[in-house]
Design a protein around this ligand. Structure first.
Ligand code: PAF
Length: 287
């Protein structure tokens, strides 16, 4: 097995991948914005299980950040990321510049309607258009057989899967479980923004989700609404938390319907200080 390769140009990426496709076989792809943690590495391990050659992209995509969001302060520890990729057995890391991805005159975007009207789509206008545009470009560049995404970004994974289906992309989308710290906090590159006080309060987000899950399982109510109210109350009681949303929606369409029927996604977005954190759980209400 040759050493891990890295490139920041699309031309070289294509050359390396066309050889890999012939010599190695099935290409697995893990798109990231870097600041890698064990959640990303679990996607790499999953890709290794299913594919012969694993590509990771590291690109902080300006198009998916709103004007007042954290694009400029988003962590970019490239050397640490490369080391993690090497240790995880990645074959190729693609880390393009903004100019390489969006040269002057770039004028195309890809948008998925419907699914993006809910949850983060409501509170981050334009975010998913930025995600689908960059992921579509990356898919065109890497041409993977399988691409791996985390369940922590549940809406993103559904939106990308819908894009791949609607545009007949010849690849599979694999959604992998959320990785958590020992205290339950979902792993995220943004966790490193948290002050020590915020970090100690953050596990209460997952605790609130687990409480609601056990209440849903006890079938106390036939409507989502009281569960949602209780979830909101629990989240609002976290010191310093500002709730962006707390929703119980259909796990496939992300639509709100009050009946507790089928599989539900319980999804939340919270601000702790200047950091926005998201988390979710899936609950099968008929189980
Ligand atoms: O989940 C992320 O890190 C990003 O949204 C992605 C999929 C790499 C696109 O920039």
């Amino acid at each position: 097995m040759p050493e891990m390769q890295t490139t920041s140009t699309i031309t070289q990426l294509r050359k390396i991948i066309s050889t890999a496709r012939k010599v190695e076989g099935k290409i697995g792809f893990v798109p990231t914005m870097g600041a890698l943690h064990q959640g990303h590495i679990s996607l790499v391990h999953e890709a290794r299980k299913h594919c012969d050659y694993v590509v990771v992209s590291i690109f902080v995509n300006p198009m998916q950040f709103g004007p007042n969001e954290d694009f400029h302060r988003y962590p970019r520890p490239l050397q640490d990321d490369l080391k993690l990729c090497l240790d995880a057995g990645v074959d190729l890391v693609f880390h393009p510049t903004v100019e390489e991805m969006y040269p002057a005159g770039f004028a195309t975007s890809v948008e998925v309607n419907g699914l993006t009207d809910h949850l983060c789509g409501k509170s981050r206008p334009g975010h998913f258009k930025g995600v689908t545009t960059v992921v579509m470009k990356l898919f065109g560049q890497v041409q993977p057989d399988l691409a791996f995404f985390g369940q922590k970004d549940a809406q993103q994974a559904l939106v990308i899967r819908k894009m791949a289906t609607d545009l007949d992309l010849p690849l599979g989308i694999v959604i992998c479980p959320t990785l958590r710290e020992k205290d339950g906090l979902a792993m995220s590159s943004r966790n490193r923004y948290l002050s020590s006080e915020e970090r100690s309060n953050a596990p209460a987000i997952y605790e609130a989700l687990c409480q609601i899950e056990s209440e849903i399982r006890s079938k106390k109510h036939s409507s989502c609404i009281p569960y949602r109210e209780e979830l909101l109350a629990r989240l609002r009681s976290i010191p310093g938390a500002v709730v962006d949303y707390a929703e119980i929606v259909d796990a496939g369409s992300l639509e709100f319907t009050p009946e507790m029927r089928g599989e539900k996604l319980v999804a939340v977005a919270i601000r702790l200080g200047t950091t926005r954190l998201i988390d979710n759980i899936l609950v099968n209400t008929s189980a």
